[in-house]
Write a protein that binds this ligand. Structure first.
Ligand code: MN
Length: 249
């Protein structure tokens, strides 16, 4: 089993290290990670300047690009053989609801899915990232059950969110759908020390809504949330209605 691990928090992030160690029990792991923080870069590609990849002392590859760049370089050039699975994360922060559309962690898994390779994205909903160390056995247990499947769905990635509890307090795994989140006061307008105006996206508070089987409810209740995501954003039930608008006539 050949396993590619990547992330969006940069190759030095503890989450990536824990993920690679958890995966190492199942095959040959290669890490190809971005050289710096790339969170919220979504599915961005670097098209307008060259990309460099260098080898870390431990054999990992470090790429000066986005998570999607990492997956494309890894599979297209850096790895001798195509991986059997791509694992992304463990992200230092949640990726639930609409956030999966901004996440570089989820996008790296999406890129693998586009390339026809099974992929799983992992995100940690707690705030104390040093505690990720203790999650290695939980991740390994989950990987063991996922890797044993011979029916991993096509065109689909699995997005896993770990609850903000101690790893030995996890109640189980729930298969979930995406919830909805609303940010409040997450855009700041202020002045810099020289009196010039600036804007800053981020911070504020988050409110979640969604049905019983939503991702945020699972983690709130102490379960690991696992959401299957497909990449086709077409709103199929609306096709006939929109065709009925007669826009082409
Ligand atoms: Mn991140």
């Amino acid at each position: 089993m050949r396993i590619l691990c990547t992330n969006d928090d940069g190759y030095l992030a503890l989450g990536l290290n824990v993920l690679a160690r958890a995966a190492s029990g199942f095959g040959q792991v290669t890490v190809v990670g971005p050289d710096r923080e790339q969170s919220a870069t979504s599915h961005a590609l670097t098209l307008h300047h060259p990309l460099r990849a260098r080898r870390a002392p431990d054999g990992s590859w470090i790429v000066d690009g986005t998570p999607t760049d990492c997956v494309i370089l890894a599979i297209g050039e850096l790895l001798e053989d195509k991986p059997d699975i791509v694992l992304s994360g463990i992200n230092h922060g949640p990726n639930m609801g609409e956030d999966v559309l901004y996440s570089g962690t989820v996008a790296a898994a999406m890129e693998a899915t586009v390339l026809g390779i099974p992929a799983v994205a992992f995100s940690y909903t707690g705030e104390h990232y040093e505690e990720l160390e203790g999650w290695q056995p939980v991740i390994a247990g989950l990987l063991e059950r996922i890797l044993a499947r011979d029916d991993f769905p096509a065109d689909t990635l699995l997005s896993v969110n770990l609850p903000n509890v101690a790893p030995d307090q996890v109640k189980g795994v729930r298969v979930t759908k995406l919830g909805r989140r609303r940010y409040k006061d997450s855009l700041t307008r202020a002045q810099d020390p020289s009196g010039k105006e600036y804007f800053w996206i981020g911070g504020g508070t988050t409110n979640w809504t969604g049905p019983e089987d939503s991702d945020f409810r699972a983690v709130k209740e102490g379960y690991v949330s696992l959401t299957p995501l497909h990449l086709d954003l077409t709103n199929f039930p609306l096709l006939d209605q929109i065709r009925g608008w007669g826009l082409g006539s």
